[in-house]
Ligand binder design. Structure first.
Ligand SMILES: C[S@@+](CC[C@H](N)C(=O)[O-])C[C@H]1O[C@@H](n2cnc3c(N)ncnc32)[C@H](O)[C@@H]1O
Length: 205
């Protein structure tokens, strides 16, 4: 609950706080990732909806976010964009959707801050249909060891303060779950990582 309240307090200033990181670090990650979404798509930990403008028109989007104030900003953004989206308050670690419900599942810059990211990733995989596409982007452990050392020092402050981890690497878990990584890019000293991975389809002939 403490972490959720932290995000509640960030809602009004989040977009401003992110503006520098968006320009300096993320490059075209939001359009790169969301442009690959198809069919029924779920975005988990949608925040203030910074990805909303980047989904193709035909995508039927559902968004889940546990902070009501963050969700309220996402709702306003969806209205401003004239974008139909089913926005729901919920926890990434216990999604209220049936197995295999979505063609695409998206999560950006949130697995770094979700406690029990393994449980969250397992939930993302569960609600994705066999053969469906998982789209992830995050800041991760750098490919440069001096930067990783620095990230460890930053973690010592941010993990207790805001639950933010700078040295996670969801890609490893995605591979361990048997997904096929179809597109993968890593840049800015390996700190930003984005990927599209296909869930195994064991239902075929
Ligand atoms: C850094 S923000 C990222 C927001 C958005 N995905 C983006 O790309 O701008 C992290 C978001 O994850 C949400 N969050 C953290 N833990 C969560 C959980 N267990 N379930 C749902 N949302 C969660 C926070 O409330 C916050 O909105």
């Amino acid at each position: 609950m403490r972490l959720r309240r932290y995000w509640d307090r960030q809602a009004d200033s989040y977009d401003r706080q992110m503006a520098f990181a968006e320009r300096r670090f993320f490059a075209d990650t939001r359009p790169w990732l969301c442009g690959q979404a198809v069919g029924d798509a779920l975005e988990v930990a949608i925040g203030t909806g910074l990805n909303l403008a980047h989904y193709p028109d035909g995508v039927r989007l559902t968004g889940v976010e546990w902070s009501a104030p963050m969700l309220a900003v996402a709702r306003r953004r969806a209205d401003d964009l004239g974008r139909q989206v089913d926005l729901q308050q919920g926890d990434a670690r216990a999604l209220r959707f049936a197995d295999g419900r979505f063609d695409t599942v998206v999560c950006t810059f949130a697995l770094c801050g979700i406690s029990d990211e393994r449980i969250a990733l397992a939930e993302l995989a569960r609600v994705l249909r066999p053969g469906g596409l998982l789209l992830l982007a995050d800041h991760v452990a750098s490919s440069s060891w001096p930067v990783r050392v620095l990230q460890g020092l930053v973690d010592a402050v941010t993990v207790p303060l805001s639950g933010e981890h700078y040295r996670r690497r969801p890609l490893r878990r995605v591979r361990a779950m048997g997904f096929t990584v179809e597109r993968h890019e890593r840049f800015r000293l390996g700190i930003i990582e984005r990927l599209a991975a296909r869930k195994p389809d064991l239902t075929g002939p």
